[in-house]
Design a protein around this ligand. Structure first.
Ligand code: ATP
Ligand code: MG
Length: 181
């Protein structure tokens, strides 16, 4: 997940801040209370605590996926979350979905439109105009530049080009569209 979710977005140097965070489990038990921290731009920080203490829950609060029962989360700059597992059992997400999810909001929106246009092409006749518009927006949102960067990421992390790592369907269909193949 990316984009700060429910957190407040402010301008200036990037940072992530939690102030007096409290979270209660469904049975009413307080998982943690009065948790405060600030991580400034450029810091590499690890959260180390016993199993079940609430690390994942805290990260879900930071990403905005969960709402705290007390306290506030503030995020400035961009926020991207890379989950531990992508595309494993009962998870249909692709490497492309992961890369899109940690991109700027405009790129995420353009990617969604391309996906919808691809779906329309498969299910409705003659949806070429929607696809053409989606691809033009994708180009304008600098989607193709992003794919160049993603290619470097997948080569470094997986040793395969982006087109292959992205699990094909989206990227290959789009390439066929753009080249008229
Ligand atoms: N939706 C939920 N309903 C009930 N209990 C929950 C829920 N979510 C989390 N818990 C409980 O809250 C505690 C903290 O869970 P959390 O996954 O945040 O811990 P963690 O520090 O990430 O654990 P681990 O080290 O195993 O990854 C655990 O005891 C867990 O069982
Ligand atoms: Mg965890």
């Amino acid at each position: 997940m990316a984009g700060g979710g429910g957190g407040t977005q402010t301008s200036g140097m990037g940072h992530v801040e939690g102030a007096h965070l409290e979270y209660c489990l469904p049975d009413g038990r307080v998982l943690f209370a009065d948790v405060s921290f600030r991580v400034g731009e450029g810091s590499a920080v690890a959260l180390v605590v016993a199993n079940g203490a609430g690390k994942t829950t805290l990260l879900r609060l930071i990403s905005g996926e969960l709402k705290p029962h007390g306290g506030t989360v503030t995020v400035s700059g961009g926020l991207g979350v890379m989950p531990q597992f992508v595309g494993s059992i009962r998870d249909e997400r692709t490497v492309r979905d992961l890369l899109v999810s940690v991109s700027q909001p405009r790129l995420r929106k353009a990617a969604r439109a391309v996906g919808e246009a691809e779906h329309a092409v498969m299910t409705v006749d003659d949806e070429a105009a929607q696809m053409a518009q989606a691809l033009s927006d994708w180009a304008e949102a600098r989607g193709y530049e992003a794919e160049t960067l993603w290619d470097m990421c997948t080569m470094a992390a997986l040793g395969v080009p982006y087109e292959r790592a992205a699990a094909g369907a989206h990227a290959q269909r789009r390439r066929a569209e753009t080249t008229g193949a």
